[in-house]
Structures are given as C-alpha cells and as structure tokens.
Ligand binder design. Structure first.
Ligand code: TYM
Length: 333
C-alpha cells in the first residue's frame, strides 16, 4: 500500500495542520510505503518572497522531522527536486477540464483574497500539480485534512479520465481524512477553519509557539452564549475545543463531552490549553535541536529526492508511451 501526501512550506504550520495531517504522516509510516513531499512549487502560486521560501522549506521540513517523520522509514523530499512533477502536471492538463478547475473552493477563496495582486495561472492549475504529485507515485491513500477533499476528488477524476482515454495506467487514489480533527476551527472565528492566513493571529495556534502564548490563545478562545459544554451546531467554539481535546486524547468528541459534563466553559478552556501545550512541547523541543543543521536537512531531502525520482520517472515514461509523446521506448537510454 502506498501513501502520499504533500504540505506547503508557506507560513507557520499550525495545530490544524498538525492534527489533521502531520500526525497521520507519522502513523502512515507503520502502515505502508510512505512518501511525503514539501511542495515548494505550489508555494509560488501566490505572491511570495523568494528570499524566504527556502527558509520556510527548512522550517516545514524540520517540523515534519520533529513530529516523527523519519527519512529511514519513508521518502521525504522537496517537490522541485523531482522535475517529473511539473512535467506530469502539464500532461494531465489534457484530461482536466477548465470548468472543474473553476469550481475548486480553494481557487475561489485564494483568488478572492488576492485583491489587487495578480491571480496567477499557477493558482488556477494548482490542483493539477497536486494530482500529478499524487498520481506519479501510484498512490493508494492520501492523508489530508477535510479542506483537501475536493482536490483529492479531482485527482480521482483526472486518473479515471486518463485511464479511459489512454488505457489503464494510473492508480485512482482514496483520501484518508481523520474521523476526529479533520477540520480544526479558528479559535476566534470558530465558523472558519484554522489557517495561517487568518486575519486575527489569536485564532491560530502555531506548532512552534511558546507555551505561554498557547495558553493565552486557547484560554481566550471565543465560546458561545449559554453555559452547557455540548457539541452543537450553534456552539461552534465549544464544539471545536471538544474536538481538539478529543484528537489529542485519542477519544471521540462525545466522550470528551461526557468528561466535562457539569463543568464550566472556563474549566474546559484551561484543560484544553494545558493539553495543547503538553502535546506540542516535545515537537518544539526537537525542532529547536534539528532546525539549525540545514546541511543535515538538505542531505535528508536529497536522499529522499533520489528515491522519489526513480519511482516518478517510471510512471512518467508509462504516461509518455500511452500518450504517444517523447521518443519511442526502445530508443531511450
Ligand atoms: P497545506 O500545506 O495547506 O496543509 C497541509 C495539511 O494540513 C491540513 N489542514 C488542516 N487539517 C485540519 N484542520 C485545519 N484547520 C487544517 N488546515 C490545513 C490540510 O488538509 C493538509 O492535509 N494542497 C495541499 C498540499 C499538497 C498536497 C499534495 C496534499 C500539494 N500536493 C498532494 C496531498 C497530496 C495544501 O495546501 O496543504
């Protein structure tokens, strides 16, 4: 069974990324052949600073390593080190419709946020590059948070369409979205998902944040009117805190709700704040040890890229042959 996932080296990684995705990467290493990619090419689709992109890539890679992604147990690499991703992206454009790309929520949200800035063609094609990432490795399973559901669906459509048009070649992957913690919400606006682009810094807890700051943010999370600690549509703030606690404790949210029956909102906030601090502290400590050694991070990524390229090239050549592009196979060296 092959597992593939990607993560952007943009901004600082937050509790949503950690619970929804990163911890699944770690768990995947014991279940199948795992391949994880830090997607720097995707990061160029919105305005960004070239001078900081490499730094952010090291930050994100070091967070993955600190979380327990182990280059001896998986393939961990940087997307741009494997040029087959960009090439397959182009080839898959021929089986992707313009209409379905215009319907992508992420494209709509991100293009709306660009205001006066350029809305790049890269932002529009983003999901095709993501499909290429996944399909190059004949992936069975894609661990992601809930916000990537539509992109994985599109990937499935692209694979099916390719196979129908050119013959059985690509594996149609399934998403793996966790039952608990697939959509961690913003602490200040709990009707929105937690994200790095939130307008209020206090709504997002970062993986590398100081314990004091985490305590403050969680304790000042927006709760709802009423007093009962209960999962309910009209209690998004309380429901989110229960979800976070459940994810950390490996329980069902309904069981955490029972644990807090009869207690006050303040009690729940303090308990969740302390749980989050304890949960992230070891990651932050390991990160601080690992991050300064950029040479070692670079070596780990290079080893991963060499392994990834070998797999990616095999798939790409199959695609060339099916599509009738490139030199015929027998003439290739
Ligand atoms: P990115 O870098 O935005 O997010 C990384 C992962 O974190 C998950 N996530 C969340 N989970 C729970 N609650 C939240 N509030 C939350 N916010 C983010 C995301 O679902 C994701 O799994 N397009 C991808 C990167 C990508 C990719 C791929 C993923 C590129 N190629 C191939 C899978 C396979 C993205 O933007 O992730």
């Amino acid at each position: 069974m092959r597992i593939f996932s990607g993560i952007q080296p943009t901004g600082r990684k937050h509790l949503g990324n950690y619970i929804g995705a990163i911890r699944q990467y770690v768990e995947g290493q014991t279940r199948g052949e795992s391949i994880y990619c830090v997607v720097d090419l995707h990061a160029t689709t919105v305005p960004y600073e070239p001078a900081t992109l490499r730094k952010l890539l090291y930050d994100t890679t070091a967070i993955l390593l600190a979380a327990g992604v182990d280059p001896d147990k998986c393939i961990l690499f940087r997307q741009s080190d494997v040029p087959q991703h960009s090439e397959l992206c182009w080839l898959l454009c021929s089986v992707t419709s313009h209409g379905e790309l215009t319907r992508m929520h992420q494209f709509k949200d991100k293009s709306a946020k660009q205001k006066d800035a350029l809305i790049s063609a890269g932002l529009f094609l983003y999901p095709v590059l993501m499909a290429a990432d996944i399909l190059l490795y004949k992936t069975d399973e894609v661990p992601v948070g809930d916000d990537q559901r539509q992109h994985v669906e599109l990937t499935r459509n692209i694979a099916e369409r390719f196979n129908e048009r050119f013959g059985e070649t690509l594996v149609v992957p399934k998403h793996r979205i966790p039952e608990v913690g697939a959509r961690i919400m913003d602490l200040q606006s709990p009707e929105q998902k937690m994200s790095t682009s939130s307008t209020n810094e206090n709504g997002t807890v970062y993986v590398l944040e100081e314990p004091k700051a985490i305590l403050k943010k969680v304790k000042s999370a927006v709760t709802d009117s009423g007093t009962e600690i209960k999962i309910a549509d009209d209690k998004p703030g309380i429901s989110n805190l229960l979800e976070i606690m459940a994810a950390i404790q490996g329980k069902k949210p309904a069981d955490v709700e029972k644990d807090f029956a009869g207690q006050r909102y303040g009690d729940l906030k303090v308990a969740v704040a302390e749980a989050v601090v304890q949960y992230l502290a070891p990651v932050r400590e390991r990160y601080n040890e690992l991050r300064p050694d950029e040479k070692r991070i670079e070596e780990a990524l290079a080893t991963g890229a060499a392994k990834a390229r070998a797999i990616a090239q095999r798939t790409l050549e199959e695609v060339w042959d099916k599509m009738g592009v490139g030199a015929p196979r027998m003439t290739r060296t």
